[in-house]
Design a protein around this ligand. Structure first.
Ligand code: 9MR
Length: 699
């Protein structure tokens, strides 16, 4: 693999081709705002010198030659003709050009040869390791004509071991001749991740694990650091699916899944398994009958298909039985447009409901420690939600071992609302199942006709508000929600770049350079430190100053849920009924200690810190509405809190409950909240706390 210095040398040579300024964005950390570097081009092929510049044919028959017939720029291009297979086309060896773990942008201009009309082209890579080849697409099917040039652009990270690596251009079908020109390969130099911001997993430590769906690229270099810093759960985005694990019957491949599980082990992360049964990404052989023909609905085929399903789950589920804490056993089986609510997949048409029953039964046997989920999208849509509810109720009544419902939560900047998300969760509570948010992201688009190469500031502000509305609901229902997972790590790589149309999308909490976005600050309950910059929430956003900004009491944040008057006592609330209902133990002579407070500094950086507080009601009466008070010794000033409302007068801090957590059940019930505060010099923990006027025990 090339060293950094050799890469820098090539970079200098390639600086003429800087065409990706659209990806250069302003980023910031809490301490030092940094400007993203410009992209660096490591290879270009213009063909203007009359040679093929290292390009060669993939097959044995086609002709790859320098051509003066047409040119994208200058007078020459590369023509490929005489092709005998769709996958044979011009190829360029890149093994010593790319660095493993770096995401490159691949760009090439293409044009069908004169008289070839319209063809579909795509750009792919072939990587090999010890004799095994893998093929992946960098740019999906793109329409190209003989009347002009079309650009194919996409991103790819070589993350696996490779002893051969090449890019090539191919037709989707047919053997038309075509030209390519002005190929370029470039990358954005990595920015260091922000190490001085609160980690998501610590902010939500008392609520639920926070996860990200990843592939191998997300385990490496800065992306691996970002993953390990913020997340304590991981989902394999593709690596545990059927096409990845059993591409051929009985032949199992675990290379990428093993790498993800090893990373999770090394970093003490939970693993969500995704997924045993889906109608997509399932190899064709699964649905072929004993004669290799597509199955029809016969008893023999049903037996065969269920046997394959069982064998698959035994192998994959068994391999990861010690590692996977939750499996998406079946994925996307609901179709709300069917009267019975069941998707008419091949699984369904051959086996009816039995594929679901079999999958859960076998999964329980081979992975007895994993929680078993049914996972779906649009579960916030009432019609779909209710069909899913009915199916889960039926399966549970039958004794099918189903533990939970997974809500994918693929949304956009205006949908679904907090209220829709709230009723999505509330609906399933009576079933007594766990609920997990499994694939969350928030597209910046609300229609397929929009396209931005950099995300407009107002979209990022709306996105932040959308995420905040959802997280308010998740926190409210934290007793029912056992995991919250994003479908991706950062905006540099998202499935939404190619769905529903090809365009760049920016749906996650970290930007293309892995820096925290306004959505990140909204989710953790603080304002973006880039508040005056181009990609920040508006100044009127209901958010407090950043952890590094000087605190301003007037910029008091709204808590994650506006407290309702009935459940939110004022800071000057007098002792709660629980105090009077809790007489001192007779004869002890010791004042009652009806509460216990655990105060933890979970993160501390140069000027700020994050505190998490757990209050335990150790008295015999329920608390209904609470105010916790302490005094800071070193001038600390609270500037944000969540799951609560804060007020501070001098050194005296008063935290009151949010609308939804005013009740603390008797004899050991707990509530928790978090806050951000400034500090300077010394940050001693408070030594005394009162709850509704009663002194609490510590720890
Ligand atoms: O993120 C996955 C993407 O890389 C695949 O190309 C895609 C196609 O099948 O599947 C994506 O993941 C899907 C997940 O497995 C199920 N819910 C929808 C997700 C986004 O399409």
């Amino acid at each position: 693999m090339p060293t950094l210095s050799s890469r820098a040398g090539r970079a200098t040579l390639g600086l003429l081709m800087l065409t990706l300024s659209a990806l250069a964005v302003v980023v910031a950390s809490t301490s030092t705002p940094v400007r993203a570097a410009d992209p660096v081009t490591v290879l270009t092929s213009s063909f203007e010198d009359g040679t093929v510049q290292g390009w060669a044919r993939r097959g044995t028959a086609e002709l790859v030659e320098n051509s003066t017939a047409v040119a994208h720029a200058g007078t020459r291009s590369l023509l490929t003709s005489g092709r005998t297979a769709s996958w044979n086309g011009p190829s360029r060896d890149l093994l010593t050009t790319v660095t493993r773990g770096t995401r490159y942008t691949y760009s090439v201009w293409a044009r069908a040869a004169a008289g070839a009309g319209t063809v579909q082209l795509r750009m792919s890579v072939e990587r090999r390791w010890q004799g095994t080849a893998n093929y992946e697409q960098v740019v999906n099917s793109t329409t190209v004509t003989d009347g002009g040039w079309t650009q194919l652009t996409g991103g790819y990270t070589l993350a696996n071991d490779a002893d051969f690596f090449a890019v090539y251009v191919e037709t989707v079908s047919g053997t038309a001749s075509f030209h390519i020109d002005d190929f370029s390969l470039s990358y954005l130099p990595a920015s260091p991740i922000q190490t001085d911001i609160p980690s998501l997993k610590s902010v939500f430590a008392n609520d639920f694990p926070i996860g990200a769906a990843v592939g191998r690229p997300q385990l490496l270099a800065e992306r691996g650091q970002l993953l390990a810093k913020h997340f304590n759960s991981v989902t394999a985005g593709n690596a545990m699916k059927w096409d990845a694990t059993e591409p051929t019957e009985g032949v199992f491949t675990y290379t990428d899944a093993d790498a993800i599980v090893a990373f999770a082990r090394a970093n003490a992360m939970l693993v969500r398994g995704h997924t045993f049964v889906w109608h997509n990404q399932t190899p064709a052989w699964v649905f072929n009958d004993a004669n290799g023909q597509p199955m029809t609905a016969t008893a023999a085929n049903k037996t065969l298909l269920l046997a394959r399903l069982e064998a698959h789950i035994r192998a994959v589920g068994g391999r990861y039985a010690a590692d996977v804490s939750a499996w998406d056993v079946v994925n996307e089986v609901i179709d709300e447009n069917q009267s019975d609510g069941l998707r008419r997949s091949t699984w369904y048409t051959i086996t009816g409901l039995d594929y679901i029953r079999t999958a859960f039964r076998v999964a329980r046997q081979v992975a007895p420690n994993a929680k078993l989920f049914i996972n779906d999208y649009n579960t916030n849509v009432a019609a779909k939600r209710d069909k899913l509810y009915n199916l889960v109720a039926q399966l549970k009544a039958e004794g099918v071992p189903i533990d939970g419902v997974g809500h994918q939560q693929h949304g956009n900047i205006s949908w679904p609302t907090g209220a829709e998300t709230d009723s999505m969760i509330a609906t399933f509570i009576p079933l007594g199942v766990e609920q997990q948010i499994t694939e969350m992201d928030t597209s910046i688009y609300t229609s397929s006709s929009e396209s931005f190469t950099t995300p407009p500031a107002d979209r990022l502000t709306s996105q932040a508000a959308r995420y905040k509305a959802w997280f308010d609901v998740y926190r409210k229902y934290k007793a029912n929600i056992t995991s919250v997972t994003f479908w991706g790590l950062a905006d540099d790589e998202t499935w939404l770049d190619s769905y529903p149309v090809s365009r760049k999308d920016f749906p996650l909490l970290f930007d293309v350079q892995l820096q925290a976005k306004p959505a990140y600050w909204a989710v953790i309950g603080a304002a973006s430190p880039t508040a005056s910059g181009p990609a920040s929430p508006s100044a009127s956003a209901s958010a407090p100053p950043s952890p590094s900004a000087s605190p301003s009491r007037s910029a008091s944040p709204s808590p994650s849920v506006s407290p309702s008057p009935s459940a939110s006592p004022s800071a000057s609330v007098s002792p709660s009924p629980s105090a009077s209902a809790s007489p001192p133990p007779s004869g002890s002579g010791v004042p009652p200690v009806p509460c216990r407070v655990k105060y933890t500094v979970t993160n501390q950086w140069n000027t700020g810190f994050q505190g998490d507080v757990v209050i335990t009601n150790s008295g015999p009466a329920a608390v209904n509405g609470w105010a916790l008070r302490w005094t800071f010794a070193n001038g600390q000033v609270v500037n944000q809190s969540w799951s609560s409302t804060y007020a501070q007068s001098g050194a005296n801090v008063t935290i009151t409950n949010a609308a939804w957590n005013g009740a603390i059940v008797a004899n050991g019930g707990t509530v928790s909240f978090g806050f951000l505060s400034s500090w300077n010099g010394t940050n001693a923990k408070p030594t005394a706390f009162t709850l509704n006027g009663n002194t609490c025990a510590l720890g």
